[in-house]
Ligand binder design. Structure first.
Ligand code: NAP
Length: 453
């Protein structure tokens, strides 16, 4: 069952039944039927439709933001910001797509070839609730320009976002059989991947979902892109403005109520700065992040996406404390009906504790002490994940040197989290396979077909 439950109040607002197997079959047939016509259209036409979608997303930003606030408790201003990024992603692929898809001459040692860039067919997208519009955009915009058609299964707590996104695309001119939203359950995903008409799958979500989808893709020899969880390190090497560094790192960690895959979940501070950093960070987190109504632009700490999510994160905090971590701020559920959890800071987390190895998907920062740059790098890399990483400091060559040694899919200097349309995004290790955004994002489901001249 898909449903909308307001996480600020716990109130059930709407239920939407899952698609039947027959409806899923019809949806597959539609994107399969639509593929031949969509791929045959000139790339300039597909790109123009994607640019029109950018305009419509911009026009409907308030409506989309309000839906996300209701469905998963996103702060209304963050929702508007998210739609801004979506607009930029659709613009980027609408504007740059035709160039990115142009034939490339290949100078062979003996003779000539041209590399053509073609779509591969109907794709399945399986998307999460934490950025209901942005995650879909990353997958959909490049693939529509490329000429693939898309069957989209959104998270079961985001049915209204799913419908609103489909109507933007429809109104922009995407044919009704080139993009189809389907309220499939996760149990129906293996059947979709087994269907020979579906050529690939992109999943953004948890490690467990990734394992399951990758296994189904493998069994059926389908290409998959996986954008999974992370426990990104943020290393503070030095600073000439500790308050600013504290503010930036706290903002990055608490963004989206801590429910961002690439938030800095582990903050690693060099020895001489550590004590002062932790004091100021805990103070900032306690004083600034106050629970409130996510629809109020002044709110700093919205609810998590669901009561279950808040309870799960609270249990992770309790386990960490029981195992010996020190609670420096927050740590408890906020009394009341909503999915609220205090903004939390934990220190003294060691390798023996679960919190050291797992992703904590909520407003919880772990702060570690490292005596040397070498120790900071080792700590940063000692994780099963490898999504993003950040290095803060004042000495750029030193920061770049550290960045090169981090086992991550992407590294940011003096910045953390966030996403840009033209910058590739993705992870290594248990954080995923493949890249989205930028020039690489359009290549994942591309048939790079050389023609030997
Ligand atoms: P999730 O529970 O894995 O759900 C993601 C999507 O996968 C939903 O549509 C879900 O459907 C579906 N799903 C779940 N289990 C499945 C299965 N066994 N087979 C097929 N589909 C399945 O993840 P989430 O809780 O929504 O999202 C949070 C996670 O996503 C975090 O770990 C976060 O770090 C990660 N994430 C990663 C990125 C990135 O770019 N690397 C970006 C954002 C989020 P239902 O809703 O119907 O269960």
């Amino acid at each position: 069952m898909y449903s909308v439950t307001d996480p600020a109040t716990g109130e059930l607002v709407e239920e939407v039944p899952n698609a039947t197997d027959e409806e899923v079959g019809t949806a597959i047939a539609r994107v399969h039927r639509g593929y031949a016509a969509w791929r045959a259209r000139p790339v300039a036409e597909r790109a123009a439709i994607v640019l029109r979608a950018a305009e419509l997303f911009a026009e409907r930003a308030d409506e989309l933001a309000a839906i996300m606030t209701l469905e998963m408790g996103k702060r209304i201003n963050e929702g508007r910001g998210e739609v801004g990024v979506v607009v930029d992603i659709f613009r980027y692929y609408g504007e740059r797509g035709p160039d990115l898809l142009a034939d490339e001459p290949l100078a062979l040692r003996g003779g000539e070839a041209v590399l053509t860039k073609e779509p591969i067919g109907p794709l399945l997208g399986v998307m999460p609730w934490n950025f209901p519009c942005y995650q879909v955009a990353r997958f959909v915009a490049p693939n529509l320009v490329l000429g693939n058609t898309i069957l989209l299964k959104h998270a079961s707590i985001c049915p209204r976002s799913a419908v609103a996104i489909e109507s933007v695309l429809r109104d922009a001119g995407v044919p009704s059989d080139a993009y189809v939203n389907v309220f499939a359950s996760s149990r129906q995903v293996p059947g979709i991947l087994a269907d020979p008409r579906i050529q690939g799958v992109s999943l953004t979500g948890s490690e467990q979902a990734g394992i399951s989808v990758a296994a189904d893709a493998g069994r059926n020899l389908k290409k998959c892109v996986l954008e999974l969880g992370g426990s990104d390190p943020l290393i503070v090497l030095d600073t000439d403005d500790l308050d600013e560094t504290v503010k930036l790192t706290a903002t990055a960690r608490m963004r989206n109520c801590g429910q961002s895959c690439n938030a800095p979940k582990r903050i690693i501070v060099l020895g001489e700065l550590y004590d002062e950093f932790v004091d100021r960070f805990a103070k900032r987190v306690t004083e600034y992040y106050v629970p409130g109504d996510p629809a109020d632009p002044a709110t700093t700490l919205p609810p998590l996406a669901s009561i279950a999510a808040a309870e799960e994160v609270a249990a992770q905090i309790e386990t960490a404390i029981r195992e010996g971590a020190t609670l420096r701020a927050g740590g408890h559920r906020v009394p009341g009906p909503g999915a609220y959890l205090e903004a939390t800071v934990l220190t003294d987390v060691t390798r023996e504790m679960a919190a050291y190895h797992e992703e904590i998907f909520g407003p919880v920062a772990l702060v570690f002490r490292a005596e040397t740059e070498e120790e900071a790098i080792a700590l940063a890399n000692d994780t099963p994940f490898g999504l993003g990483a950040s290095v803060f400091g004042t000495d750029r060559p030193r920061m770049v040197r550290v960045a090169r040694r981090l086992e991550a899919g992407m590294v940011y200097l003096n910045k953390s989290g966030g996403s840009e349309a033209d910058l590739p995004f993705g992870g290594i290790k248990r954080s995923g396979i493949g890249r989205e955004l930028g020039p690489l994002g359009i290549e994942e489901f591309m048939n790079k077909k050389p023609i030997r001249l």
